[in-house]
Every structure is written in structure tokens, then in C-alpha cells.
Design a protein. Structure first.
Length: 246
């Protein structure tokens, strides 16, 4: 008879941030995004600023996807009290359609950093979840020129140094906190949008491609808050095309 060993949960701490801050950084912002793969609604980017005197994070803090909706909400005041500052920046579905998801992510991240700098002052370094630095504007090349001009950064934006780390949302407290504040703000926005467009089930699916959402797309078509440049599955099926992702 085989036995299965339970995998203990991973909780975040400031070990990585402390090492980066010890190198001379004054203010570090953990950053994470939510809504990248949704069919409707904005993409949102959260930032959480810490410095060399920031104490231990709230107990049990981890990636927002691991926490229940209730737990995320309960963490908000704890994060607000613990962190130097937090902010969320978003890019709308229309902006995603106009500039593509990566540029929209960059713009949302820039907006978040401008907002948080008005509270805490400029951020020196961003600790970004994942292996791809989508925040830093790429050097111009033939491919980017064919895709169109780069979108101008918002007024007041100062490009920080970016440090990427895979699974930072699980292990790094500033990034975990950023994921929580971004998730809570975007979820609340989708609940408000659901009042205007109840067919799609956004209260439950938050704009992601659930069966109810896809069925409603097939029946009602896209709303003004859908990413219509994507091959929306219900719309594609209704038009006789094979469903596909963005």
C-alpha cells in the first residue's frame, strides 16, 4: 500500500529582497500581474514597496492564486500596514486590443510604479515574477518596428532596474503581496462590470474562459470589455472557426 507525502505549503519571506536591498537599493518593489490570460476585462499589475527597515511580512502570505478569496481580502489591511506602499496599475481591454498584451502589461506596470512613487518616492529596483522582463522597454529592432511604435510611458515614469525570479510570487513577500493587491482590485472591477453584463458570469469567472463565459460569448457575442483582437472561443465557434487562445 503506497502512501502519499503531503507537500507543505510555501510561504513568502523577505530573504531575496533583503539580499537585493543590502547591495545599496533604497526602495524595492515586488511586482506581479493578474488577468493576462482572461478573455475580458483589464490586465492589472500590482506593486508592493519594501525597504531595508521593513519587518517580517504577515504570517502565511503567499501567491494570491493559492489563497482563497476571503483570505486575500483579509490580507489587504495587513499588507497595507506592513508595506512601505502598494499600488495597482491596469490596462483596459481596448488598450490590449490596440497594443498587444505585452505592451499593455508594460503600460500597466508603469502606471503602477508612477502611482506608488507618489506615495513612497521613486523605486530603484523591481523584483518581477517569472523569467521574462516584460517591464523594460526592448531595444528597437526590425520586429518591433514592424509591430508599430512603442507606446509612450506615462508622465513621471522613471525606469527601474529589473530583477526577474521564477516563482517569486510564492517565495518573495513583496511579490506575493503585489499579487494579492492586484488580484483583489481586478476581481472587484470584474464584479462591477458584471452588473452591466451579467450574461458572462464574471462574478465567478472574473473574465476567464469558463464554460458559462464561452457559451455566453457564443449566444450574445462580445461586450465592450472583451479583448476582441483575440480569437475569442465562443465567437470563433459561432463563426464556424476553430476556437483558439490569444
Amino acid at each position: 500500500m503506497s502512501t502519499r507525502t503531503a507537500v507543505p505549503p510555501v510561504f513568502a519571506d523577505l530573504a531575496v529582497e533583503s539580499t537585493l536591498l543590502a547591495s545599496g537599493t533604497a526602495r524595492l518593489a515586488g511586482m506581479d500581474e493578474v488577468g493576462r490570460g482572461a478573455l475580458a476585462g483589464p490586465v492589472s499589475v500590482g506593486v508592493c514597496v519594501v525597504d531595508r527597515v521593513t519587518g517580517p511580512c504577515p504570517v502565511g502570505l503567499t501567491d494570491s492564486k493559492v489563497l482563497t478569496a476571503r483570505a486575500r481580502t483579509e490580507y489587504l489591511p495587513l499588507i497595507d500596514e506592513w508595506a512601505v506602499a502598494t499600488a495597482v496599475g491596469s490596462a483596459s481591454a481596448a488598450e490590449i486590443d490596440a497594443m498587444g498584451i505585452i505592451r499593455a502589461l508594460r503600460l500597466a506596470g508603469q502606471r503602477a510604479l508612477v502611482a506608488v512613487s507618489e506615495i513612497s518616492g521613486p523605486v530603484d529596483l523591481v523584483l518581477l515574477d517569472g523569467s521574462h522582463d516584460w517591464l523594460t522597454e526592448p531595444e528597437p529592432d526590425l520586429l518591433t518596428m514592424l509591430e508599430g511604435e512603442e507606446v509612450a510611458a506615462p508622465a513621471g515614469y522613471l525606469p527601474p532596474t529589473v530583477h526577474t525570479r521564477v516563482k517569486a510570487d510564492l517565495s518573495c513577500a513583496s511579490v506575493a503581496a503585489a499579487s494579492v493587491v492586484a488580484k483583489c482590485e481586478r476581481d472587484a472591477a470584474m464584479v462591477q462590470l458584471a452588473k452591466e453584463h451579467p450574461h458572462y458570469g464574471w462574478i465567478g469567472n472574473k473574465g476567464y474562459g469558463s464554460a458559462q463565459h464561452v457559451a455566453a460569448l457564443s449566444e450574445h457575442g462580445p461586450s465592450p470589455f472583451h479583448r476582441v483582437s483575440w480569437r475569442l472561443p465562443g465567437v470563433a465557434a459561432a463563426a464556424g472557426a476553430a476556437p483558439d487562445g490569444p
